[in-house]
Design a protein around this ligand. Structure first.
Ligand code: HAS
Ligand code: CU
Length: 567
């Protein structure tokens, strides 16, 4: 029998690792990542609502003094803990599971992955000290010449290096699997996890170089100043692909797991892989779309990055098509009918599914605001306004975060051998996130269009016109609903993890969606790193090379010297 006449559904189940059961140690290791992530999300999310309350004039920061000194210290904690820590720890933990379960074998170098985890924890603790003592009040983008204590930068470097080390562990495990399975397509969920880890290694070179060559020497007093333009360019070299590093694990679940949870199959293994490779090559060379208003970056380069940004839009359109087709297939098998009536037949009573569906629905709108941002002339209207946090609360704070929450609803029971605590409360949690975020982000988008600046305590600002009041109030209402929602999530995870062990048949399995067609029929070029790696490097050199060389040659370290502190 040849690969092409394999019956469509027979082989994949076996090949995609369902037979391998994780050891207790492996489960504990992954759960460790998830607990750190949830703790970061919980603490970080306490500050978001404080900012939103401030918008309508309720300033609770005064109550937190002397622990938290200002709106900006709270905003820095919120951004770093939610956008950087919650995501990175969750992603590394979830990818570990996807690699092990997808390949159906243990990690090839478990000590390497263990080291990766502890390096990340050490980095987190190191960065936490200056953040909590108000010496790293530089927001999550740490734009120079805002200056933090050296421990903040070194801590971030360690978190990144730890995630690299874990990534090497994933790559070596995939390589070992390939050696044992010549000619076989690698299982999608494992490959998707490794593609994201590989993209991350390239993407983070920007901040690594920035911190090690500019920011650390500057904050240690070894240089007289810094170059804000170059450090922003380095930052966005990493900062844009960072958003896809967050998004791709959610896509991994939407393509490779959610269809199974919805009773269906992955509609197209080839399209799924193709979209991951597209992200691999076009995620990085688009960073100037965050610098459209930066002086000193020539128009031509902004234009090239704007064009490339439109090409990174494309794999998300592919994803919308493929994931909706996979869901429709499942819903129709469950008895759904009608042009859109099948949507009702999706398992809306399952909080894990509902959370991810609601996340994906809001992402349709997040995608639209992304497209707006990417249009150079529209960007001039919305840049640095409340529109931008409106955009990223639909993307990272909903598409990604609510998906990760949905994943937790089967993963934490799976890892701990416990039953999910009160699934109905979990359903309420998912819907409250959805409703809270609609109110919050719609008001933020509106405020942005009216010209309200981002990163500003608007409650205190003397210039806010009356026409903003209703929107400012809706920001606070949305923030209050989100506070209830995030605390509900933490309670569910806490109660689940501490609940009694249940019979093994009551513990959920890792949902791994079969592909509609045997993945062995997917063309081989969609399962090879080499051509895509070459493509990524070539595109990167073209899109960034000339500007980086120019900016480095003209670097001037003259922005505020050693004693500059803005807070
Ligand atoms: Fe963005 C700014 C452009 C996506 C995050 N973005 C930000 C910032 C963050 C962020 C954090 O061009 C602020 C950074 C800062 O602090 O300054 N963004 C884009 C574009 C996309 C995009 C073109 N962003 C994201 C994602 C993020 C994210 C994803 C986080 C995870 N963004 C920009 C630009 C700026 C920017 C400029 C700079 C703004 C400025 O001036 O400062 C695209 O990738 C979006 C593509 C998305 C789609 C949607 C596809 C929809 C899908 C859902 C299908 C639905 C289903 C549901 C399956 C085309 C896949 C079915 C349900 C049933 C019930 C049937
Ligand atoms: Cu971007």
């Amino acid at each position: 029998m040849t690969a092409t006449d394999t019956p469509p559904s027979a082989a994949p189940e076996r090949r995609w690792g369902n037979g391998y059961e994780l050891t207790k140690q492996e489960k504990r290791f992954i759960a460790g990542h998830v607990y750190v992530a949830v703790l970061a999300l919980t603490v970080g999310s306490l500050f978001g609502p404080l900012q939103s309350f401030e918008y309508s004039g309720i300033d609770l920061y005064g109550l937190l003094d002397p622990v938290i000194k200002s709106y900006y210290q709270g905003l820095s904690l919120h951004g770093v803990l939610n956008a950087l820590v919650w995501t990175t720890f969750f992603i590394v933990g979830f990818t570990t599971l996807a690699v092990i379960k997808g390949l159906g074998r243990p990690l090839s170098h478990p000590k390497l992955n263990l080291a990766g985890f502890w390096v990340m924890v050490a980095g987190l603790l190191m960065a936490a000290v200056p953040l909590l003592t108000n010496t790293a009040t530089v927001l999550y983008t740490f734009y120079a010449p805002l200056k933090a204590n050296w421990a903040f930068y070194l801590g971030l470097v360690l978190v990144v290096v730890g995630s690299w080390i874990s990534g090497w562990g994933f790559m070596l495990t995939l390589a070992a699997w390939r050696k044992d399975h010549p000619g076989e397509r690698s299982p999608f969920i494992a490959m998707a996890g490794v593609v994201n880890a590989a993209m991350w290694q390239v993407a983070t070179l920007g901040v690594a170089v920035s911190i090690l060559t500019m920011l650390l020497p500057w904050t240690l007093g070894l240089t007289d100043g810094t170059d804000p333009k170059l450090s922003r360019t380095y930052f966005w070299f990493t900062g844009h692909p960072l958003v896809y590093f967050w998004l791709l694990p959610a896509y991994l679940s939407w393509y490779g797991m959610l269809p199974k949870q919805a009773g269906g199959k992955l509609f197209s293994d080839s399209l799924a892989r193709f979209s991951f490779w597209m992200f691999f090559i076009v995620s990085v060379p688009v960073g100037f779309h965050h610098q459209f208003t930066d002086p000193g970056v020539p128009q031509a380069w902004k234009f090239i990055h704007a064009l490339l940004t439109y090409s990174v839009f494309f794999p998300s359109l592919l994803t919308a098509f493929t994931v909706i087709a996979s869901l429709e297939y499942g819903a129709r098998k469950r008895g759904g009918t009608g042009l859109v009536g099948w949507i009702r037949a999706l398992p809306w009573s399952d909080p894990s599914v509902t959370a991810q569906l609601l996340a994906a629905i809001l992402f349709l709108f997040g995608g639209v605001s992304g497209l707006t941002n990417a249009s150079y002339n529209l960007n001039l209207v919305v840049h640095n306004t409340a529109w931008v946090p409106g955009h990223f609360h639909l993307t990272v704070a909903t598409a990604v975060t609510l998906s990760f929450i949905g994943i937790c609803y089967w993963m934490v029971p799976y890892l701990t051998g416990k039953a999910l605590w009160r699934p109905k409360v979990a359903l309420f949690q998912a819907w409250s996130w959805f409703v809270g975020m609609i109110i919050f982000s719609n008001a933020m988008h509106m405020l942005g269009l009216l010209g309200a600046p981002r990163r500003t305590p608007l409650g205190e600002a003397p210039y806010t016109p009356d026409s903003w009041d209703g929107h400012l109030m809706r920001v606070s209402i949305g923030g209050a609903i989100l506070l209830v929602s995030v605390l509900t999530f933490t309670t569910i995870i806490w109660k689940t993890a501490r609940g009694p062990a249940v019979a093994p048949e009551l513990v959920p399995e890792v949902p791994i969606a079969e592909s509609l067609r045997d993945p062995q029929q997917t063309p081989e070029w969609l399962d090879r790193f080499k051509p895509w790696l070459i493509g990524a490097v070539v595109l990167l050199v073209i899109a960034y090379g000339p500007q980086l060389v120019d900016q480095i040659l003209h670097m001037s370290l003259n922005a505020p010297g050693p004693d500059f502190t803005p807070w």
